[in-house]
Design a protein around this ligand. Structure first.
Ligand SMILES: *Cc1c(COP(=O)(O)O)cnc(C)c1O
Length: 368
């Protein structure tokens, strides 16, 4: 008897190369795409260890928790790190990046997170890319939470290393990720004596053993489940249409924001300006005197399938995340999440208006 996810034949080189091309299409990129079997932190670490070295100066833009991780890796590599941190309730501006670059002309590497699923903000990468390009630094972008949720154009924006993961708006498995690598990035990494070699973190190993060999012989057996999952979610996006998938995420974010405001009870959008709010997830600030984690626990007790989670670390007291991405980028998931939060707030002694929230969702995201 065959099992649905056991007994799979090995993935062929042709099939693997076809999945790479599908990912490249999704990113509208002409650059090399390297698919990495592992969560996105794997290529992110590989990019930093390949691109940074003792003697480099890196501008690390911190708009959420991942930027902090990147800063630590950059310092591990012996790079000087200039941290540009902005509060999690806003986005960084291209002017702020330009100012940091002007203050530190020696900066040769810039790391930025596009959308932050953990804090609900998103950054204007097209404008920032122009500034970074004019300066000449290598530009690494963490697009894990933006791919599939909002426009992502690494080539047009001058992104040298664009990292994505399948598990957020792409609606795919958590164990696979990819990075597009520009010719400049390959040159930089190849010229870095400290870049990982003969290592799972080595992008160069992949280039030499797979890409430069004409993509004919796989260096190792790819994880079939993850690769088939990546192929399936990219194909599903193509079938629905990338524009439609992105519009669904944008509508989910706008409807959640409007619905939460109408719900009341002291709940407020965590990200102050709607233009800085990420389509992938909406973060909400809970009223003083309540505990965000306790409200989420109460809401999930009614329906454990809702895409609700409390903020990480210190944010768990004051932030609720509505993860309306992938299969949860639906009006139904938004409405149920708001209703459950409304009930939890009511139980906590707050006055809410669930009908008003429902109306706000319908008005913001009309069903046609
Ligand atoms: C979810 C997320 C990641 C982490 O992806 P993993 O696959 O869990 O490593 C990285 N960056 C951002 C911005 C994310 O939202």
């Amino acid at each position: 008897m065959t099992h649905p996810f056991l007994d799979l034949p090995p993935l062929t080189a042709d099939h693997f190369a076809a999945i790479e091309r599908r990912v490249a299409r999704l990113l509208a990129t002409e650059q090399d795409v390297v698919i990495t079997q592992g969560e996105a932190l794997l290529p992110l670490e590989g990019c930093i260890r390949g691109g940074a070295r003792p003697g480099s100066t890196a501008l690390n833009v911190v708009t959420g928790p991942y930027g902090q991780t990147f800063g630590n890796w950059l310092r591990d590599c012996g790079a000087q790190v200039v941290d540009l941190a902005v509060p999690f309730h806003t986005a960084v501006t291209a002017d702020q990046v330009a100012e940091a670059l002007a203050e530190h002309p020696e900066i040769d590497f810039v790391s930025l997170v596009h959308a932050e699923a953990a804090t609900g903000n998103t950054n204007p990468v097209a404008e920032i890319g122009e500034v970074v390009r004019a300066h000449g630094a290598l530009f690494m972008l963490d697009a894990v939470a933006s791919v599939g949720a909002e426009p992502l154009l690494p080539d047009a924006w001058g992104v040298d290393l664009c990292v994505i993961g399948a598990q957020k708006a792409m609606g795919g498995p958590a164990g696979v990720s990819a990075v597009s690598v520009s010719a400049r990035a390959w040159e930089r990494i190849a010229a870095n004596p400290a870049a990982p070699r003969r290592s799972y973190l080595s992008l160069l190993d992949w280039k030499e053993r797979w890409i430069d060999g004409g993509r004919t012989a796989l260096p190792h057996a790819p994880a079939q489940l993850e690769m088939l999952g990546l192929e399936a979610c990219a194909a599903r996006i193509e079938d629905e249409g990338l524009e439609t998938v992105m519009a669904r995420h944008a509508s989910a974010a706008a409807a959640t924001r409007a619905g939460a405001v109408a719900l009341g009870g002291g709940l407020e959008p965590y990200v102050h300006e709607a233009r800085d709010a990420a389509p992938v997830s909406t973060t909400l600030r809970t009223p003083a005197g309540t505990d965000a984690a306790a409200l989420v626990t109460a809401a999930l007790a009614a329906d454990p399938a809702l895409p609700l989670v409390a903020g990480g670390g210190a944010l768990s007291k004051e932030m609720i995340r509505v993860n309306h991405y992938g299969a949860d980028a639906t009006r139904g998931a938004v409405l149920s999440s708001l209703a459950a939060l409304g009930a939890a707030l009511t139980d906590a002694g707050r006055r809410v208006d669930i009908e008003a929230a429902r109306r706000a969702v319908s008005e913001t995201w009309p069903s046609r």
